[in-house]
Write a protein that binds this ligand. Structure first.
Ligand code: CP
Length: 304
């Protein structure tokens, strides 16, 4: 039984195979249209989502399988007090594979321990978002042609942003990557991450102003300041518009820099940037379907 809790659950060699499969699916979708005939994916989402849930559902449907699930804890028996452990035992009777999002860190891991089907962590609190990381890595590899030898800026909420934490953990396994962390003081990347970078002698820099570092970036990973992670509305209001990427900031960047964003965005990227060919965040969402198709196939194949 194989689950996906963290991007580190796959070796870099396994990730290469997964991304090759995703690129194959992108080029020849018809070859995979019946690959999951008769299989059922359960999407158990205890927290809101548009991209992750619907891209999983699209992925399974495009593979010929079917989907069951819930999009909201309030419409599931969690609202009556059922535990995640009991729920997954039941879901194991109904489906062949499960994608779970939960506001509590570690909840998908608890589920995987009781599950008899593969469980995919679709985001747990501020902890990990491994399938977003697979999406990000596939986007970079497909559009840059490599995973390694670049400077990446991560901007916005680096404290609570689970996509950022997952991506950094995944990227440190590749060669010659330099990180530039761009955030206000209150939303700095956690110490456990900078400690890990120091231990591994991976270069990083922490700055507050985006303009200062734009010219040196090969990639800029923008993130939203997440209202749902703040305890205090006043802090959120003060920080929510700290960064706004616009055309004048883009003018400072390299001609082949890529702008990624896990989405949803609020104000942090001005819509005028959307037409810039370096803005690839909508393409990134499309790669999310291919990589989730590849992941479902891979985990079910292991299962078989
Ligand atoms: N990127 C992402 O996780 O988006 P959703 O919250 O809409 O799933």
């Amino acid at each position: 039984m194989r689950h996906l809790m963290s991007p580190l659950d796959f070796t870099t060699e396994e990730l290469d195979k997964l991304f090759d499969l995703a690129n194959d699916i992108e080029k020849n979708p018809e070859h995979f249209a019946h690959a999951c005939d008769g299989k059922i994916l359960a999407t158990c989402f205890y927290e809101p989502s548009t991209r992750t849930r619907l891209s999983f559902e699209s992925a399974m449907t495009r593979l010929g399988g079917r989907v069951i699930g819930f999009a909201d804890a309030a419409s599931s028996s969690a609202s009556k007090g059922e535990s995640v452990s009991d729920t997954i035992r039941i879901i194991s009777c109904y489906a062949d594979i499960c994608a779970m999002r939960h506001p509590k860190e570690g909840a998908p891991m608890v589920a995987s321990e009781k599950s008899t089907i593969p469980v995919i962590n679709a985001g747990d609190g501020g902890h990990q978002h491994p399938t977003q990381t697979l999406t990000d890595l596939l986007t970079i590899r497909s559009l840059k042609g490599r995973l390694g030898n670049f400077t990446i800026g991560l901007c916005g909420d680096l404290k609570f942003g689970r996509t950022v934490h997952s991506l950094i953990n995944a990227l440190v396994r590749y060669d010659n990557i330099r990180f530039v962390f761009i955030s206000p003081e209150e939303l700095k990347v956690p110490d456990y991450i900078t400690d890990m970078l120091k231990d591994r002698k991976i270069p990083y820099e922490e700055v507050i102003r985006l303009e200062q570092v734009m010219p040196e970036l090969d990639m800029l990973y923008m993130t939203r300041v997440q209202k749902e992670r703040f305890f205090n509305e006043e802090d959120y209001v003060r920080l929510k518009d700290f960064y706004i990427l616009n055309a004048s900031k883009m003018a400072l960047a390299k001609q082949d820099m890529l702008v990624l964003h896990p989405l949803p965005r609020v104000n942090e990227i001005s819509v005028e940037v959307d037409d810039d060919p370096r803005a690839v965040y909508f393409k990134q969402a499309q790669y999310g379907v291919y990589v989730r198709m590849a992941l479902i196939l891979t985990l079910l194949e292991k299962e078989r």
